[in-house]
Design a protein around this ligand. Structure first.
Ligand SMILES: [Mn+2]
Length: 309
């Protein structure tokens, strides 16, 4: 189950409909242009680029209901992505999904849950490195943005556009660990607490150290059999470090903290799937955020361990 021995299969998800700005749809292009495939190949394993899943251009209604057309398109690309990720897992390869707005997480994480079920394993745990908890529902969302609701669906709450996507792939929220959390809506916080998810803020990470936090996250998420999947939203980093994201939240991780965290997680043998999301090239500064996305992916895919400083 060593990630270093597995082929890495890259899928781009050119999505912006689930977020605040459509510029995020160009994230996978920027991450590839920053040298992703060469960087992943430097780990010594083989890397296949499966190309992109592309969202169609549909109009979003303003306000808390994004509209039936948008929801239908989110469901369409999510089912396409979910099946693609499940096929990667079935080949014994490590999926590395590039975003694109975080609505893609329903597909990646449901694919992991469905695949585990087919194998007769427990649902794998989840490490969610993000400024946000993405745990709103259509009833609690202040914004109507689906990238903030997808994990509620993955945890088994009913969010209509993700209903079919998560079928058979729901994950256990008690083995979800959030890292870097610092922007949670009040009703969303109630949901996260009720579920019993572990939440680690940047302050707590600074107190305990990034490696200790990585080990705690792996212990909780991997409590059953060591199997976990990992989601990395670039907005977990401070906007001064990673300006090229959709939602800027001050007080985030710096790069030395993040890279130590990611390298420790990526060295774990039970990582089943990786997603690196929310890169918005329109807000980036000289491709800096895209380059960090490359480095994050390399560490999570298990070939960045020797870069730990
Ligand atoms: Mn986020």
């Amino acid at each position: 189950m060593s990630s270093a021995a597995r082929t890495i299969e890259v899928i781009g998800a050119r999505l912006g409909l689930g977020g605040r700005c459509v510029g995020t749809a160009r994230g996978p292009l920027a991450i590839r242009a920053a040298g992703l495939v060469a960087r992943l190949s430097a780990g010594g394993g083989s890397v296949r680029d499966l190309g992109d899943i592309v969202a169609r251009d549909v109009a979003r209604l303003p306000g808390r209901d994004p509209g039936a057309a948008l929801c239908a398109e989110v469901e369409r690309y999510s089912l396409e992505l979910r099946d693609a990720v499940e096929a990667v897992l079935a080949r014994g390869a490590l999926p590395c999904v590039l975003g694109g707005d975080h609505s893609l997480g329903a597909a990646t994480q449901a694919a992991v849950g469905r695949f585990a079920r087919r194998c007769g394993w427990d649902a794998p745990g989840l490490i969610w490195i993000d400024a946000h908890t993405d745990a709103n529902t259509m009833e609690t969302t202040p914004s109507g943005n689906l990238h903030g609701m997808m994990l509620a669906a993955v945890h088994g709450l009913d969010v209509v556009p993700f209903r079919r996507v998560v079928e058979g792939g729901v994950r256990d929220p008690k083995r979800t660990v959030y890292v870097g959390t610092r922007d949670v809506d009040p009703e969303e916080l109630d949901i996260v607490r009720r579920f019993g998810c572990r939440m680690i803020t940047p302050d707590e990470l600074r107190r305990k150290g990034a490696v200790a936090v990585a080990e705690e996250a792996l212990a909780i998420a991997g409590a059953r059999d060591g199997r976990v999947s990992v989601s990395f939203d670039l907005d977990c980093l401070d906007p001064s470090v990673a300006p090229g994201v959709d939602c800027h939240v001050d007080g985030g991780l710096d790069w030395p903290e993040a890279q130590a965290l990611l390298a420790r997680i990526g060295a774990h043998r039970g990582v089943l799937a990786v997603e690196v999301v929310e890169v918005n090239p329109a807000a980036d500064r000289d491709g800096q955020t895209a380059r960090l996305a490359v480095e994050a992916a390399a560490r999570l895919c298990g070939n960045g361990a020797w870069h730990v400083s």
